[in-house]
Design a protein. Structure first.
Length: 123
């Protein structure tokens, strides 16, 4: 029974350690958009929390003043509205436009000469 269980464990471990294929460009773009949307959602949640804390603080101060207590509001930074979600995907350049194959400028001199490197001074 043990050899069978050990064999099953080894086979399952081999399948679990298989390498996944690389993500396609579309999947990478979708992941980047999802990351941007998540960051925006976090900003919206922080904005809504800030607004609710301001409402609670205003209600507390109003109640405290109505009871005759001297309550001073603590200065806090204003709530910043993140606005609507706006994702602009980065532009993908073609391989040649990215400068992968060509130097950035035209060569002024040839890359190889007939002179050895040690014979360096020019007349």
């Amino acid at each position: 029974m043990r050899p069978i269980a050990l064999l099953a464990l080894v086979l399952a471990a081999g399948g679990a350690s298989a390498k996944l294929p690389a993500l396609s460009d579309e999947a990478k773009a979708k992941a980047a958009e999802t990351t941007a949307r998540t960051a925006w959602s976090d900003k919206v949640a922080a904005y809504q929390l800030c607004q609710s804390m301001d409402r609670v603080a205003a209600a507390y101060l109003e109640r405290a003043r109505a009871e005759g207590k001297a309550a001073q509001p603590t200065p806090t930074p204003p709530c910043s509205d993140p606005g609507a979600f706006n994702y602009v995907p980065p532009e993908s350049k073609p391989l040649e436009a990215a400068g992968a194959h060509s130097p950035p400028q035209t060569a002024a001199t040839p890359h190889n000469t007939t002179q050895p490197a040690a014979a360096g001074s020019k007349p």
